[in-house]
Design a protein around this ligand. Structure first.
Ligand code: ACO
Length: 319
C-alpha cells in the first residue's frame, strides 16, 4: 500500500502585525500579563475584506512551489477552518477556483484548532487507499473576526494566518501513525454558539472560553494522545527530532512535552509571533521549522493539536 509523504510546505501571514502593546490600547491588559500567561507577544490580523480563502491561497501557492507540483496535478483539496468565507460553499471549493483548477474533490474539515490534524489524517487515508495521489491540505483562519474586542480574556489570544502542505503518494512513509479523538461533552468550555438562521445570527457570534478548564483538558489530552501514538508506532520520546504542536499557549506546550519526556529545545515554537491561529497554527509552525533549516529531510516529527469540540489528535511522520 502506498504512503503519504510531505512534498512541500507553505504559509502566509496577513501584513498587519498587532503587538501586545497595541492590544493594551484597546482593552485593559498589558504585555507583561499576556507574555507571562501565554507566551504571546504579537499576532497578525487580516485586512478588512481579506478572506480565509485569500490566506489559504497564498499558503497553497507557496506549498505548491516548494513541492514543485502544478496546481493542475492536485487531485484532492482539504481546508481545515472554523472561519469559512461563507456558510456554504466550502472554502476549499473557493480556493480550488482561485487556483484556477476544477474537478478534484474539495471540502472543508471543521475541528477548530484540531482541524489540521483531522485534515491531514483524512488526506493520508485518501492517499493510502489510492483515492488521491497529490493532496493539498490547508489550515486557514481569520479568528480575529470571532473575537469580542472588548473581552480581554479572549481577544489577546488569537491571530489570523494560513499554512499548507502538499502530500504525495510514496512507497515509504511519510505519515507513520496517527490518532484522532473527540469528546462532545466538553463543547461548553470553548465555543462560538451563534449560527446563521432566520435572516440573522441566533446566538452570540463571539468566541467563548473557560480558560482554566481548557488549559487543564488540553494538557491532559495532548500528553495522553502523544504517548499513545508513540507507543502504538513502537517509538519512544528519544526518536522524535521535532514536536510541532498547536500554538495556543506556551504553558500548554511546555507542560505537554514535559509529560512526554521531550525537551523544549525539540519543539517548534511560533506562538510568540503568531498567537493562536487555530487550524492554521500547526502547518504554519511546520513551514517555519522547515524554512528555518531546523527540520530536515528524514527527521521524525510529532504533530499535535487540540481545540473546541473537544477534538484533538496526533500525527507521527518522517519528513
Ligand atoms: N489581561 C489582564 N488581565 C486579564 C486578562 C488580560 N488579557 N485576561 C484575564 N485577566 C484577569 C481575569 O479577569 C482575572 O482577574 P480577576 O481574578 O480579578 O477576576 C485574572 O486575570 C485571572 O484570570 P484567569 O482566567 O483565571 O487567568 P488564567 O491564569 O487562567 O489565565 C488563560 C488565562 C491565559 C486564558 C489561561 O487560562 C489559559 O492559558 N487557558 C488555556 C486557554 C487557551 O490557550 N485557549 C486557546 C484556545 S483553545 C485551544 O486552542 C486549545
Amino acid at each position: 500500500m502506498q504512503y503519504a509523504q510531505i512534498l512541500g510546505t507553505g504559509s502566509y501571514l496577513p501584513a498587519r502585525r498587532m503587538s501586545n502593546d497595541d492590544i493594551s490600547k484597546i482593552v485593559d491588559t498589558s504585555d507583561e500579563w499576556i507574555t507571562e500567561r501565554t507566551g504571546i507577544k504579537a499576532r497578525h490580523i487580516a485586512a478588512p475584506g481579506e478572506q480565509t480563502s485569500d490566506l489559504a491561497l497564498q499558503a497553497a501557492r507557496a506549498a505548491l512551489a516548494d513541492a514543485r507540483v502544478r496546481a493542475e496535478d492536485i487531485d484532492l483539496i482539504i481546508v481545515a477552518t472554523a472561519t469559512p468565507d461563507m456558510t456554504f460553499p466550502a472554502t476549499a471549493c473557493i480556493v480550488q477556483n482561485k487556483l484556477g483548477i476544477s474537478g478534484c474533490p474539495a471540502f472543508d474539515v471543521q475541528a477548530v484548532c484540531a482541524g489540521f490534524m483531522y485534515a491531514i489524517v483524512t488526506a493520508n487515508a485518501y492517499i493510502r487507499s489510492g483515492m488521491a495521489t497529490k493532496a493539498l491540505v490547508i489550515g486557514a483562519e481569520v479568528f480575529s473576526r470571532l473575537l469580542d474586542w472588548n473581552d480581554r480574556r479572549t481577544c489577546v489570544l488569537f491571530g489570523d494566518g494560513a499554512g499548507a502542505v502538499v502530500l504525495g503518494a510514496a512507497s515509504s512513509p511519510g505519515i507513520m501513525h496517527a490518532k484522532l479523538k473527540a469528546d462532545g461533552a466538553y463543547s461548553h468550555i470553548l465555543n462560538t454558539p451563534g449560527k446563521v438562521a432566520g435572516g440573522g445570527v441566533d446566538a452570540s457570534p463571539f468566541l467563548y472560553m473557560d480558560g482554566p478548564a481548557v488549559y487543564k483538558f488540553a494538557v491532559k489530552a495532548l500528553a495522553k494522545v502523544g504517548a499513545e501514538v508513540l507507543l502504538e508506532a513502537g517509538l519512544t520520546a528519544a526518536d522524535i527530532n521535532w514536536v510541532v504542536p498547536h500554538q495556543a499557549n506556551y504553558r500548554i506546550i511546555e507542560s505537554t512535552v514535559r509529560h512526554l519526556g521531550i525537551s523544549l529545545d525539540k519543539v517548534i515554537l511560533t506562538v510568540a509571533d503568531h498567537g493562536n491561529t487555530s487550524a492554521a497554527s500547526i502547518p504554519l509552525a511546520l513551514d517555519v521549522g522547515i524554512k528555518s533549516g531546523r527540520i530536515r529531510r528524514g527527521d521524525t516529527l510529532l504533530l499535535e493539536g487540540i481545540g473546541g469540540g473537544f477534538a484533538w489528535g496526533a500525527v507521527l511522520l518522517r519528513y
